[in-house]
Design a protein around this ligand. Structure first.
Ligand SMILES: *Cc1c(COP(=O)(O)O)cnc(C)c1O
Length: 411
């Protein structure tokens, strides 16, 4: 039996959804340029309207006037753990278990290294072949550095066995948007005697996450995607409190020392997650990240999730309705984060033509057009408008023009 025919979606229906949207008020708290439909918040979140003033204050008052006194007077030294606690609230982690620091790649190196140290008799890091490249590269490099025959095995989590020290997974696949079952896979890893490192880069801020409830051992994530911390914002690292006492981190910098300003000649780790700090924290980056975190914390995650699921489903339905026969393959994961992938052999020039028309998404090799839906600032009617632009780009063939063929360094 075929599914009952759906009534066509109209722009009016989407305008009505915008009017009733409980998150609609957040749009004005972002500074988006006019004429742009921004469907790439999964790659670089939009600028919060309050960030420029906050950064100006940090620059002129805290740095310019306060100078070095601001480490104490303006609490700069506490920022990594203070923001860590805000990220903990967003990810279902207890206070004192998250630090905002370094990049996701560096935090992954720290987490993986610490996890391997807790399973000294095992040699395998298990991850999925489609995991984000930096995650795989970091694991590869760490295995080589350790020089103890560690290997990175790329397979599905079903391949868990007694040789696996660490299962390293990304909760939402960067290309397909597929969402993994954090609690179930963590339990499976633990049953096999392995630890788990979760990468929350494409899920933090947009998917309800329960780090404590799922029993995750380690997690890392990104500050510049759905957390809107700005380009190159610090990432974060979570370590389950039960592991803190035995936690051995590979980079023993002075700010992870128990008493950095005692200037002792030998390393003594700070208690808890504080030992995961390495060097001096980037205050400008952390200050911008805090504005993004405060916005994310102001919106109920259940509403963000409901809107995200609705928007991704509507986008896929609309593409099917409006772009039928135009060569797109819709890859909508039933269990997904907040993005939709459309496959087309000419993904790159098509995306360049879309961007030239004000619809910003991105491409992921070889053939994926990727559209992210950040529920705090993407409206429903914009989804209609974006799909009309997509249809026109495909129908007219404008993407064939030479100006859309040249590949830039960042796609
Ligand atoms: C975005 C992303 C990263 C980014 O790592 P950086 O160190 O910030 O460049 C890492 N892992 C995943 C899964 C990502 O999506």
């Amino acid at each position: 039996m075929s599914a009952p025919a759906q009534r066509p979606i109209t722009r009016e229906a989407l305008v009505a959804l915008d009017r009733a949207d409980p998150l609609g008020g957040f749009r004005d708290r972002f500074a988006l340029p006019p004429g742009v439909i921004y469907l790439d918040g999964n790659s670089l979140g939009a600028l919060p309207a309050a960030t420029p003033a906050r950064l100006a204050e940090v620059l002129t008052r805290e740095w310019g006037e306060g100078l070095i006194r601001s480490w104490n007077q303006h609490g700069w030294i506490d920022l990594p753990l203070r923001l860590g606690d805000k990220i903990a609230r967003l990810t279902g982690a207890p206070p004192g278990s998250v630090i905002a620091a370094d990049s996701t790649s560096v935090n992954l190196f720290k987490a993986l290294s610490a996890a391997l140290a807790l399973r000294p008799e095992r040699r395998v890091i298990l991850s999925q072949p489609g995991n984000f490249p930096t995650d795989l590269y970091i694991a590869e490099g760490l295995a080589r550095l350790l020089g103890r025959d560690h290997v990175l095995r790329l397979a599905e989590p079903e391949a868990l066995d007694s040789s696996v020290a660490v299962l390293m997974l990304t909760q939402v696949d960067y290309r397909s948007g597929r969402l993994l079952d954090m609690a179930g896979l963590t339990a499976a890893a633990h049953a096999a005697g392995a630890l788990v490192v979760w990468d929350l880069s494409h899920s933090a801020g947009v998917v309800p996450i329960d780090l404590a409830g799922s029993g995750a051992d380690f997690a890392v994530g990104c500050g510049y995607k759905y957390l809107n911390g700005g380009p190159g914002a610090p990432g974060f690292l979570y370590v389950a409190p039960a592991l803190h006492a035995r936690l051995e981190l590979p980079m023993t910098g002075w700010l992870g020392h128990a008493a950095p300003f005692a200037f002792e000649p030998t390393y003594r780790p700070a208690p808890g997650i504080a030992r995961a700090a390495v060097g001096t924290p980037p205050i400008l980056g952390l200050s911008a990240l805090e504005v993004g975190l405060d916005l994310a914390l102001a919106a109920p995650i259940a509403e963000i999730r409901a809107k995200s699921l609705r928007q991704t489903a509507l986008f896929a339905q609309l593409v099917a309705q409006e772009c039928d026969g135009l060569g797109l393959r819709i890859l909508l994961e039933p269990e997904r984060g907040s993005q939709v992938a459309l496959a087309h052999p000419q993904a790159y020039p098509i995306m360049q033509a879309l961007i030239a028309s004000g619809v910003i998404g991105d491409v992921r090799a070889p053939d994926i057009l990727r559209f992210g839906f950040a529920p705090l600032y993407v409206g429903f009617a914009e989804i209609w408008d974006a799909v009309q632009v997509l249809r026109e780009v495909l129908r007219s063939g404008v993407w064939r023009e030479a100006r859309f063929q040249t590949r830039a360094a960042v796609t």
